[in-house]
Design a protein around this ligand. Sequence first.
Ligand code: CU
Length: 417
Amino acid sequence: MGRLRILVAVAAAALWLPALAHAEERTLTFTTPAISVEPYGVAQQPMLAESPKFDGYVVGLTAEVVDAQGRVQGRDKVMLHHIVFAKIGTPDYTCGGAAERFFAEGEERLALSLPRGFGYANRASDRWGLLYMLMNHKPQRLNGYIRYTVRYVTGEPLTPVKPIWLDVRNCTGPDPVFDVPGGGKTFSTFTKAATFTMPESGRLVSGGGHLHGGGVRVELQNATCGTTPFASRPTWGGPRPKPLLHEPGPTKMSSFRSAAGIPVSKGDRLRLAAVYDNSAPHARAMAIMLLFLAPGGVERCGATPALNIDQGRPAAPPPFSMPLPRAPKGRVSRATSTWVGDYRYGAERILLKRGTTFTWSFRGSVQHDVTVVGGPVGFSAPWTQAGAFRYRFAKAGTYRIFCSLHPAKMVQQITVR
Ligand SMILES: [Cu+2]
């Protein structure tokens, strides 16, 4: 496809900030080449991303999926499942490595918006990468284009911020998911947490969370000080795509901004604690919080200032039972193993005795997985092309399973008696 396009749309800030005569805030819009997504399918890939080619500061960032005409796509067409932006060659704050994650959004459409006076420094020579996952809810192959809009300040020194990516999986792999088992009483919850020790002091001036379906809240705790300065909470609702290809996630997560900032000190143990509904299984859940730190001296365990919180309409996750996108076919098998290939499970209907250990043997030319979407217990196998995954069915009931990467094609139902 054609080259990346850049549009410089607005250059207005200088007009109403006479004291900062050369300061300019521009809105830069970039669009990726076409990304083709198969019918009812998922496309995910890392790619290089166009970035501002002059020195300045990112003060805001949003992304959306558009069609070839530039029209924003609804969740019922090519949906932005999630996207992560990273600066290549700069180590990540929490995980190290070769890229610094500085922005992400998912279904909740979290937008980066820093308080006035703060910015994420960017040089003309910096290179950005992005990692996308798009989901097509239509029966035909569609092209999606990721359009991202950067608010960018030049000609003015801002207070630099560093992105801190907290994840309950704590740097344990490229697909940071975990399974909420479910099976608890109504209103019961499941908590997964991880801690990160701050290597420096400063103030957290912005932050927001990411949860999947079933999420109740994700808390930022300071375990050293015994405080919970912020909790990001989900808003639910809005139109649901058909067919459902995964459990619907929050349509918004609360986020905060504060120029005064949440003080954190070198050595403080930050604890990210995700709370999920445990009355039903939620396989392949996530819990992330992206924070922006303005380094500097602070009072140890100082008070959290009043935060400007973009709250949304937080609520408990709605009760939900995920149907399979299609009915499993074929005669009922009593075998205790099956293959997983392109693009089906060897046996789609299986009957087992309670206590049986079942084996899935992967032999695909592309990655697949095993994801429980409904049943007595939630579990999942990671994305893979080879090897085997085993699970012992200790609880009786009907397990509805699909491949989260090929949800409309690869379904399986296992009945345990
Ligand atoms: Cu698959």
